[in-house]
Design a protein around this ligand. Sequence first.
Ligand code: CO
Length: 146
Amino acid sequence: MLTRIDHVGIACRSLQDKIAFYTATFGLTVVSQEVNEDQGVREAMLHVSDGPAGASYLQLLEPLGPDTPVGRFLDRRGEGVHHIGYGVANITAALAEIGATGVRLIDARPRHGSMGAAIAFLHPADLGGVLTELVEAPRRPGPAGA
Ligand code: CO
């Protein structure tokens, strides 16, 4: 069901400081920066690698305010790993399959994520304390329009 690690989400206080750090330290490239009002974050996606099942990224998340999910996370736990995002081929099918095992779905239906992806979060309390995200990447035009 899971095709790859799509991204690791890291909560930070200053997006610009962490972008500077990750580009200088690991030579990563920023491929997208956006504000997601819905999730209360300003975020950047940094490209890590390309694999047969698609690309992997680092996602840096800066809260838009203290009273947001990432703002509260920083308050409680400080900067660090916030969630893991796994790639799936069909997010609707994956949600149904995972939900049937008893894992609670934070998002029963997919919503809009970074770079045009469809995403959904699963409840960390049912996953060993790990906030888990499913990501279905947008379709890209393949060879011969496939
Ligand atoms: Co994410």
